[in-house]
Design a protein around this ligand. Sequence first.
Ligand code: PLP
Length: 390
Amino acid sequence: MEHLIHQRVKDMQITGIRRFSDVVAQHQDVVSLTIGEPDFPTPDYIKQAGELAIRQNKTGYTHIAGLLELREAAGHFLQQQYGLTYDPISEIIITNGATEAIAAAMRTILDEGSEVILPGPVYPGYEPVISLCGAVPVYIDTRDTDFLVTAEMIQAKITDKTRCIVLAYPSNPTGSVLDEQCVREIAELLSDKDIFVLSDEIYSELTYEKNHFSIGSIPCMRNKTITINGLSKSHAMTGWRIGLLCGPAYLAKEMLKVHQYNVICPSAVSQFAALAALQTDHDCTESMKAAYRERRDYVYDRLIAMGMDVAKPAGTFYMFPSIRKFQLPSQEFALQLLEQAKVAVVPGDAFSEMGEGYIRISYSYSMEKLEAALNRMETFLQLLAERLKE
Ligand code: PLP
């Protein structure tokens, strides 16, 4: 019966991140820097709201777009933080994490043969959905521009089949952040074009030096931007599965259908917890961010001291050092680091072929763990460098 399974599904792969995690799981005493989620527990006031919802039997279906109070709180949050003006009734959908939002958006706008521009290295969650829709990913290589895409680079890839451009910033895996000037130039390029922007802003709260700037807040982009956000990273809520899918009303009403027939609505309990998260001040995000920043500075300084070629990330909790000078493919480098030094990182090729020659380090781990991992890595790199000289 296997021949009856859809070929496009058969062609899909489990992400390189998960595949490598399975390899890591077979080893003992490893210090792992692979996971892309906060190491903090969900704050108590959020958990308590979830518990209360259970006790009060608020456990049924909600409106398919999500609890109205939650959509209102989300609208207020997006307005206050990023100047986005989405109407809670007709333009905001509560989804099962940003992941479901990405799928609902892509399945709404992509046709067979549509082209989707993806600046790479890139989070591996987009390409499989694009391919499942019969659409085609078109990559832009940002390795020589500090992992930042420019309007000019996008222009060079636009064809009459281009349906969408994915902007995912702050970026997983590189930690790079598009600044306002650059976003405005992209908006200017697209202002007279019928091309959607899917702006994945799941790390928007985790920027260090500058605040995040949302492309959907620029008036000429409002009608063509799909803004995706959520509470997974900002509020340490990855397992609660709450995302935000926002777009102009004419588009949101179509995305809502795809969402309904896929999930009806996210867990009611999670929605009540998310409501508490968004109705309270952002203290929890600020304190987590302060910890990530301290860790970022520590990891960056240590890597530089080891002679690694690495850019200081402006956001997220990832760092993406180059390993090209060690003349090993990223899979092989990560495997040797795992086997010889018992440190796990993600091989860069998990983030498209443009990630080859890099590794992704997550610094959403305690300082003790980071220190232990970096000590081991330092010894490993010294040995590797010596072997190279021989
Ligand atoms: N988008 C990016 C860029 C991510 O890195 C991730 C998770 O790592 C997601 C979306 C998925 O977020 P969620 O857990 O809310 O589905």
